[in-house]
Design a protein around this ligand. Structure first.
Ligand code: HEC
Length: 119
């Protein structure tokens, strides 16, 4: 085997290792299809608390604040789940480490009451 071949193999392996490590540290991408299922909670009280802790600061009472008004927008449950998980321009993403799947469903139960989602 020539030196060039060995060098080429090493560079190839490094590139693969780098690619893998990048993938594992990247943020999780959520798809709307995977988030499309019926709202799994009717616990509005719990959802109000989740909203107060994570959303109220920018969408006070569902109205415009640092973020836009979300009351009455009538998003689908999957859209709202996606928005919370993915964030956006000047909106942080909330992963399951911050808002658990159960808390997210409670949040949707609250969002129903202000028309931010429709079932
Ligand atoms: C630090 C401020 C901030 C926080 C906290 C925040 N948002 Fe937002 N939100 C924004 C901004 C700014 C936008 C508009 C830009 C964008 O869509 O990313 C937005 C957009 C949205 C939209 C889309 C509105 C539309 O008409 O397109 C929804 C829905 C939403 N936020 C819901 C939430 C929920 C639910 C929470 C709590 C889990 C939350 N936001 C927490 C700032 C925030």
């Amino acid at each position: 085997m020539g030196k060039k071949l060995i060098l080429g193999l090493m560079i190839g392996m490094l590139a693969i290792a780098y690619g893998c490590s990048k993938e594992s540290t990247g943020t999780t991408a959520y798809s709307l299809e995977d988030l499309d299922y019926p709202i799994g909670s009717t616990d509005v009280a719990a959802g109000t608390e989740v909203y107060a802790e994570y959303c109220e600061g920018c969408h006070p009472g569902g109205e415009e604040g640092d973020g836009p008004k979300i009351a009455g927008t009538g998003d689908s449950p999957s859209q709202l789940r996606w928005k919370v998980r993915s964030g956006g321009d000047d909106m942080p993403a909330f992963g399951p480490d911050k808002i658990s799947d159960a808390d997210l469903e409670a949040l949707l139960a609250y969002a129903l009451t202000i028309g931010a989602v429709v079932n």
